[in-house]
Write a protein that binds this ligand. Structure first.
Ligand SMILES: [Zn+2]
Length: 245
């Protein structure tokens, strides 16, 4: 008897591929990377991470994959793309762009972004210190910049100093917790207030201009963002100060 659904599949695509389990996907992708090595045993586990993190490691000749449970029930082509990305990382091989693109498209989907947002909000911990530092009060600086550049219209997010005086992460806006965190490096007598104001202003613009998610892209500093940033007084001087922290 002929299969009822015969002819539904695109030519060349084996029906069996559509019903692969995650373990079968990883085993097949492994063979793709290392055709002459016998495929090791594979274990795939879904974990309740606070974000979309995924990890893979080789242990006692077995492959252990830990995926964020955000990917539980992801379509097989997305699981396949993720398998190529993770095993590619493990074996230090470049992965065809079609896979990274497919993966990003999936994460950029509105429903996925909403899920990630919720997961960060619920599972992520946020340590926020007192906005009043030793030398500067972030509440006061926020208020001043809000009046000066935003007609006082920006809603006040949570404000806090980072735990470490980081030079690489000067500030960030966390939309899941509606918080602006400023590096503690600015809470010093020697650091000019203008430099701190500029970093705060930049993060306030992130509050004002949402991230652009079109297609597989994720554009944080949009054109509108850049234009608004140019309105900061003494911008050049402030940027120069950041180079000499
Ligand atoms: Zn930024």
């Amino acid at each position: 008897m002929q299969e009822q659904n015969e002819g539904f599949h695109a030519p060349g695509l084996q029906a069996s591929l559509l019903f692969e389990t995650p373990v079968e996907i990883y085993t097949r992708v492994f063979r793709d990377f290392k055709p002459r090595t016998p495929a090791p045993s594979v274990r795939v586990e879904f974990c309740r991470f606070a974000n979309a993190d995924c990890f893979v490691r080789l242990e006692d000749g077995a492959i252990h994959v830990r995926l964020s449970d955000l990917f539980e029930g992801a379509p097989a082509p997305v699981m396949e793309a993720l398998a190529f990305i993770l095993l590619g990382k493990l074996f230090r091989r470049t992965v065809a762009r079609i896979y990274s693109h497919r993966y990003r498209l999936y994460l950029n989907r509105k429903d996925m972004r909403r899920k990630m947002h919720l997961v960060r909000q619920i599972r992520g911990r946020k340590f926020l210190s007192d906005p009043r530092g030793v030398c500067h009060d972030l509440n006061e600086i926020f208020g001043h910049l809000n009046d000066r550049y935003f007609h006082g219209l920006l809603g006040r997010p949570l404000l806090g100093w980072s735990r470490l005086a980081s030079r690489s992460m000067l500030g960030h806006f966390d939309p899941s917790h509606n918080a602006i965190v400023i590096s503690r490096i600015f809470d010093r007598e020697a650091v000019p207030r203008l430099a701190l104001e500029y970093v705060m202003f930049h993060e306030m613009l992130h509050l004002r201009f949402p991230v652009d998610h079109s297609g597989a892209r994720r554009r944080v500093h949009t054109r509108e963002f850049r234009e608004a940033e140019r309105e900061f007084e003494r911008l050049k001087e402030a940027k120069e100060m950041l180079k000499h922290l």
